[in-house]
Ligand binder design. Sequence first.
Ligand code: SAH
Ligand code: SF4
Length: 384
Amino acid sequence: MSLASHAKKFSAPPTDAQGRIPLIGLSPEELTEVLAVHELPKFRAKQVWHWIYHRGAKDFASMGNLPKDLRAVLTEKYSIERPKVITEQRSSDGTIKWLLAMSDGQQIEAVFIPEAKRGTLCVSSQVGCTLTCKFCHTGTQPLVRNLGPHEILQQVMHARDVLGEWPSKDNANEGRDLTNIVMMGMGEPLYNYANVAKALKICMDEDGLGISKRRITLSTSGVVPQIVQCGEELGVNLAISLHAPTDELRSSIMPINNKYPLKDLLDACLNYPGLSDVRRITFEYVMLKDVNDRDEDARDLVKLLRDIPCKINIIPFNPWPGSGYECSDEARIGAFARILENAGYDAPVRRPRGRDILAACGQLKSASVRLKGRAETDGAEATS
Ligand code: SAH
Ligand code: SF4
């Protein structure tokens, strides 16, 4: 399926349940155009924009410098609401996971991970995923639909609400907890490229959410045709879910490799705009016991990535019921990392975060599926 027909088939609803048009996610020009039907002076659109992205307004009634009758019209026709919080779980390590319901009831998860010098929000791009990487729980859930630009941004805005980070500070990161964004939640962001791009442009806009592109990372399983475009248009950091050093092994755990094999993927990486020793690609490598964790795999990886400025993030496999995989043991992970480090690569082992609330990579949505299952068997009202 082409990207355009994929986008059409799985698109987000254009209005909410009350028929209101979401204003979040429109570019400044689009916002001006949409509001122009009300014959407003141009500065009104700027005021609305400022309320939305600088002040974090959640309703039009609070927009004190707009005429009262205009606020009433906006309330009737448009929406700037946040998604509904179904659950919020806080891990003993400070990680927060939210299960959020969109206006049509579809649910996604977003995870905030605080660290010493930064705080990262892991953002979802789709409800489910069309891809079926064998080690990933999201991959067992069929794609329901793409998220719209507003639904991607709403995750960031919701996190700012909870963290108390409105109004936005002029000095970008001064005093903020939420400093970084990773597109590593549910879904494949490059299969929803247009909406992800629109949302990220507003995230990066200094008059928008003001999060620099240097602090945004997009992770892809390797949708080759969109990789260079993403670099040209957005210039965000790129992470590639590699997970295997040969086509044979990679295809056996990531079916997308049959469509875009390693050579094409690595060519696209080499051509990633702005790639340099200071702006490296991150390759993610999940450690699956007795599958991809031999010394020989590490040595093959060293050879494979020889020409690409990169670092390799080693991710201990996060287990989920029925996956059929186990995480490599610590000694194996250490030995694997040492081979990469001795060959000159940065190869940090990612410390799993939020494991007690199933918030780690590849575990998302599992909790909501379980909760829904339980509600149904209890005869209680289902959550969506
Ligand atoms: N679809 C995108 C982004 C979401 S997945 C992608 O595949 O890159 C985010 C990261 O979590 C990817 O590197 C993915 O391979 C990894 N991942 C998936 N399942 C995992 C699991 N069970 N344990 C550890 N990492 C996992
Ligand atoms: Fe989809 Fe990424 Fe999971 Fe693969 S790893 S199934 S692309 S979310």
